[in-house]
Design a protein around this ligand. Structure first.
Ligand code: FE
Length: 160
């Protein structure tokens, strides 16, 4: 199967695909330290799409990610380093085509930094690009963490 990815980001407008990568089964990724990992190391442990998102800031096409319409109870870990990032308790249907959360699992789970006129969301542990956060989410935070499915790994039933 071929997945199209776009380098544009998580906006409410579907982005035009600008690159394609072959999808391969995701390797089992355990918690690791990101310190010292080279691009080759990341390529070896990530799918091509996860590498493009986490290490090259690509954005998966809207409505194509496996967690967009996924609402089982559980937690979402970083597909890069395995750290806990989000819980299903804070997931909501934004109808944007990407998994959306109103807050991270813990205050320090993710970090943000300005990316042009948008605020980028990164894994605090490995620095992987996850998506962007927008000020148009629901209560109680009114934030929308717009996250690529490819940057996440779901764990059923372990709500924290
Ligand atoms: Fe990470």
């Amino acid at each position: 199967m071929i997945l199209a990815i776009a380098l544009a980001s998580c906006s409410r407008e579907p982005a035009a695909p600008v690159a394609t990568v072959a999808a391969t089964p995701a390797p089992v990724v355990s918690a690791v330290s990101a310190a010292g990992l080279s691009d080759d190391d990341w390529r070896a442990r990530l799918t091509p799409l996860a590498f493009a998102v986490l290490r090259r800031k690509a954005t998966e096409l809207a409505f194509t990610g496996k967690y967009d319409k996924h609402f089982e109870p559980g937690v979402y870990h970083c597909a890069g380093c395995g750290d806990l990032l989000f819980s299903s308790n804070a997931k909501f249907d934004s109808r944007t085509g990407w998994p959306s959360f109103f807050q991270p699992a813990a205050a320090g789970s993710v970090t943000t930094k300005m990316d042009g006129d948008r605020e980028e969301v990164l894994c605090s542990r490995c620095g992987g690009h996850l998506g962007h956060v927008f000020p148009d989410g629901p209560e109680p935070t009114r934030l929308r963490y717009c996250i690529n499915s490819a940057a996440l790994r779901f764990d059923a039933g372990r709500i924290e």
